[in-house]
Design a protein around this ligand. Structure first.
Ligand code: 5RP
Length: 226
């Protein structure tokens, strides 16, 4: 079993009958959704899923997991998602799979969030993984130039056929190559006020737990309460 599968299966154990569950996006969340599908079909687990992308929606529908749209629930009990980087103090970078906006919306309306990662995602400081910033197409080249002037080394997220990638929300993604993010709170606040930016991949103070896949088994890290 690979480490992503290991943590996907481990995380599914936190899902109980009657829960509304936020279903993350990516190659790790894929295994969570697969395991929840198995439990729904084989164990009669009763859940309602809330998806974070069209990709996850497709998978969940194929597995027969009952779904509701985020707008049709007042809150989500537990969201389980992958991450691209998690720092020592449990802040994260997400959006490698281009689903950051919907992932952050679902996480924001969730009572509890868990991230599932293999051990390669655990880092001292964030920033080695390019930070995704989702932008409105209108004026986005000016946002790109603004990031260039700030020394953020922006690049456009492209598709395999070398076109600008369009997210599920109809936006573009600019990746910032920052190498190290010394102050994630300050950068998040700066990006939050940048006109044309819809959302960014800094997920600050959002989770209660991380499940880390290690060769000798899953490690569950509890995030200290603030
Ligand atoms: C998608 C995400 C993913 O959760 C993140 O990119 C991790 O993906 P993977 O599990 O494939 O490494 O944020 O927008």
């Amino acid at each position: 079993m690979n480490l992503k599968e290991l943590v996907g299966i481990e995380a599914a154990k936190f899902v109980k009958d009657g829960m509304t569950v936020g279903l993350g996006t990516g190659s790790t969340a894929y295994y969570l959704v697969k395991e929840l599908g198995r439990r729904v079909n084989e164990e009669g687990l009763k859940i309602t899923g809330v998806v974070t992308s069209s990709k996850t929606e497709e998978q969940a529908k194929e597995l027969g997991i009952p779904l509701k749209a985020i707008d049709d629930v007042e809150s989500v009990d537990l969201t389980i998602d992958g991450a691209d980087e998690i720092s020592d103090d449990f802040q994260g970078v997400k959006g490698g799979g281009a689903a950051l906006l919907f992932e952050k919306v679902v996480a924001t309306y969730s009572k509890d969030c868990i991230w599932i990662v293999d051990e390669s995602k655990m880092v001292n400081k964030l920033g080695n993984f390019p930070l995704p910033v989702e932008v409105v197409p209108f004026g986005s080249h000016n946002v790109f130039r603004l990031f260039e002037s700030k020394g953020y080394k922006p690049t456009w997220r492209m598709t395999d056929s070398n076109e600008l990638l369009t997210t599920d929300g109809g936006h573009y993604i600019i990746d910032l190559h920052l190498e190290v993010i010394e102050d994630p709170h300050a950068l998040a606040a700066e990006l939050d006020t940048c006109v044309g930016v819809v959302e960014h991949g800094l997920f600050i103070d959002m989770i209660s737990r991380v499940i880390v896949g290690k060769p000798d088994g899953p490690q569950i890290l509890e995030v200290p309460k603030k």
